[in-house]
Design a protein around this ligand. Structure first.
Ligand code: GRF
Length: 211
């Protein structure tokens, strides 16, 4: 059943603690937010974020990838649940499964992700360690469209943070994560304004958000 306000219906896909999911749920709970979080879906039954979503009365679903013989059958199950829930847009938030071109093509233009680095630098894993090893002075995070090549889709918004003298991967990672929590809701609003026919009541941010 579609929502009474006919707002875009968002699914957040997680695999773990879900702190970005939480930031999105908090933002979407504001009356002026132009979409609703209609589903939180995890590929891991023990993902910490599920409990938070349930406590906020958001429907959750677990599709344990280990129960499927290959990526495509797992993704077919995922796709079916998303369609049944009438999802318009998917936000990946720490979803630790690489999606196949089959799934990405089906959701093209409706699938976004947050990555803990200033893309196109530091695609992939261990971004904070690699940024420190390179001695960069600016690091950050990116919300981007998902395309078949990993972490290579068009950029929607970025937030930059300084790298400080005595940073470790943990301290830098915590600074980036705090920036992610501000960036993702803003980037999502920007995306919604551009791609869905909604009356924008909130204040979308600029391309670069420095925090
Ligand atoms: C975040 O750093 C996100 O950028 C990356 O995975 C992490 C997920 O953290 N894709 P959380 O589950 O949102 O706390």
């Amino acid at each position: 059943m579609s929502s009474p306000k006919q707002m875009p219906r968002i699914a957040i896909l997680i695999s773990g603690r879900g702190s970005n999911m939480r930031a999105l749920i908090e933002a979407a709970s504001q009356a002026k937010f132009p979409a609703e979080i209609s589903l939180v879906l995890s590929n891991k039954p023990q993902a910490g974020g599920l409990e938070y979503a349930q406590s906020h009365k958001i429907p959750t679903s677990v599709i344990d990838h280990r129960r499927f013989e290959d990526r495509e059958t797992f993704e077919q199950a995922l796709d079916e649940v998303l369609h049944k829930a009438k999802i318009d847009l998917i936000c990946l938030a720490g979803f630790m499964r690489v999606l196949t071109p089959w799934f990405i093509t089906r959701w093209q233009g409706k699938l976004i992700n947050i990555h803990p680095a200033l893309l196109p630098s530091y695609k992939g894993l261990h971004t904070h360690e690699r940024a420190l090893a390179d001695g960069v002075k600016i690091h950050g995070c990116t919300v981007h469209h998902v395309v078949p090549e990993v972490d290579a889709g068009p950029i929607i918004a970025q937030a930059a943070v300084p790298v400080l003298e005595n940073d470790t991967a943990e301290t830098l990672g915590a600074r980036v994560l705090a920036a992610e929590h501000k960036l993702y809701p803003l980037a999502l609003q920007k995306f919604l304004k551009k791609n869905f026919d909604i009356s924008q009541k909130s204040d979308p941010n600029s391309q670069l958000i420095s925090v």
